[in-house]
Design a protein around this ligand. Structure first.
Ligand code: PLP
Length: 479
């Protein structure tokens, strides 16, 4: 591109202005060789710029903006993967141009998705051949799984000549917000079991009073977002079997294993929560959480083919071929499916077990240090099955609270450790929670422990945050 000569100043423009504009043009020319025009002007932010820019400038502009984001490895709020091996990153980078939905054009990618589904069905102890789907994450998997519950319930009711206008779905206050979202989007009454002041998961005795003939299903969580513990899935299953046998109400169970689905099979293989339990008809799991893939992949697995309501499958004539689709989205990337398969073949059962054990050992080491510090108590029974995380809270009243600690820790070291209150009826309880993933090795976990102690010492000396600052901290939930 040639550099335009400086324009002659029009009549009436002062020499000073002319000199200024010549200087600007000169600088713009120099920027092409030495810099980036956004060192001297703000980033476009409200309309498409009239003219584009050099690819290098665009790349630098975005890179420079992103320094304002937190560093993902210090984000101990997220369950989502923040690091993958370079070889996996290469698979991702080399397959960004492949639209996953083009099954006819990319049949091998479609086959790799099916392999992943078969491997997960086997991991979750499905009794035989079954089906499932790759999704954008657990949220889409839950929408589809719950839709299937609704459709199957309606089918049963229509066959029996009964009313189909008032479906309800039962779950605890410990679920992720997506379950309420499903109910609102798809017109199902949510029957939410409140948490108790000292019990943050649900069991059969909590669920039973809510069940009736209009119940499309019960959702139970394996590894809650709030404390990382599991609902009593086995107990709920047994209660549902009893209800079926005694009252003839057959209520299916869906397990939300968004995080736990990749943790329990490796850390607690004898714990029964999956298709070994008769009423568990579908399971969702996030590939991008403990499946160890970058964001954009989830899975829905059915116990048997017949658990997928046939009406949810669309057979369409697409570009001359008949294709069956069972997802809320259409076009989407292939890269994360391939990355999931990479992890499966790269790590195998042994590798996943090693990684999960490493994370849980580091989380226990961190938990011990936090418990020994003095001001804190851990949330949950010692030895309870849990995700690799540490959930803790202040044991007594102080001049500062958990939100102040989160803020102080971020200010001193940039750690992102969220503080939050639990859902009703435990909403007076505040918790802090640190995820211990592969990027938090023992050395860093030890450093985090001493940083938490130091943040408390600082707060001890200076007192808690100003109410204005505290309000600001509370607006970000962090998960
Ligand atoms: C228990 C549970 N269910 C569902 C979700 C939603 O999952 P995703 O982010 O994969 O859509 C989450 C996310 O944290 C979760 O923890």
């Amino acid at each position: 591109m040639s550099i335009p000569p400086p324009a002659t100043p029009p009549a009436g423009v002062s020499e000073l202005e002319a000199a200024g504009s010549a200087l600007a043009e000169g600088l713009e020319a120099l920027a092409r060789d030495y810099g980036n025009r956004f060192l001297l002007e703000p980033a476009p932010d409200h309309k498409l710029p009239e003219h584009g820019m050099r690819s290098l400038d665009a790349m630098r502009l975005i890179g420079e903006e992103l320094v304002l984001d937190g560093i993902p490895q210090r984000n101990l709020a997220t369950f989502v993967t923040t690091w993958m091996e370079p070889e996996a990153q290469r698979i991702i980078a080399e397959n960004l141009h492949r639209n996953f939905i083009d099954h006819a054009e990319y049949p091998q990618t479609a086959e790799i998705e099916q392999r992943c589904i078969r491997m997960l069905a086997d991991l979750f102890n499905a009794p035989g051949e079954t089906t499932g789907a790759r999704t954008q994450g657990s949220s889409e998997a839950i929408m589809l799984g719950a839709l299937s519950l609704k459709w199957k319930w309606r089918e049963r009711r229509e066959k029996a000549g009964k009313d189909t206008t008032r479906p309800n779905l039962i779950f605890g206050g410990d679920v992720h917000v997506v379950w309420e979202k499903f109910c609102r989007y798809f017109d199902v009454e949510p029957r939410i079991i409140p948490l108790q002041p000292d019990k943050y998961v649900i069991g059969p005795e909590d669920v039973e009073p809510y069940v009736n003939e209009d119940t499309i299903g019960v959702a139970a969580v394996l590894g809650t977002t709030f404390t990382g513990h599991a609902d009593d899935i086995r107990g709920i299953n047994d209660m549902l079997i009893r209800l079926r046998d005694e009252k003839g109400i057959d209520v299916p169970l869906h397990v939300d294993g968004a995080s736990g689905g990749f943790v329990w099979p490796f850390l607690y293989p004898d714990s029964q929560w999956d298709f070994r339990l008769e009423q568990v008809r579908s399971i969702n799991v996030s590939g991008h959480k403990f499946g160890l893939v970058y964001p954009g992949i989830g899975w829905l697995i059915f116990r048997e083919r017949s658990d997928l309501a046939e009406d949810l499958v669309f057979y369409e004539n697409y570009l001359g071929k008949t294709d069956a689709t069972f997802t809320l989205n259409f076009s989407t990337g292939s890269a994360m499916v391939l990355a999931q398969y990479y992890n499966f073949v790269r790590f195998g059962h042994d590798g996943y077990r090693y990684i999960m054990e490493t994370m849980i050992r580091n989380s226990r080491a961190l938990a011990e240090q936090i418990a020994a510090m003095g001001p804190f108590r851990l949330v949950g029974e010692p030895g309870a099955e849990q995700l690799p995380l540490v959930a803790f809270q202040l044991a007594e009243e102080h001049d500062y609270d958990e939100f102040d600690i989160a803020s102080q820790l971020a200010a001193e070291r940039g750690w992102m450790v969220p503080a939050y209150t639990l859902p009703p009826n435990a909403d007076h309880v505040t918790i802090m929670r640190a995820l211990v993933k592969l990027t938090l090795g023992r050395g860093l976990a030890n450093t985090l422990a001493s940083d938490i102690a130091e943040a408390c010492e600082t707060l001890e000396r200076k007192g808690g945050l100003h109410p204005i600052d505290r309000q600001r901290v509370k607006t970000g939930t962090g998960y």
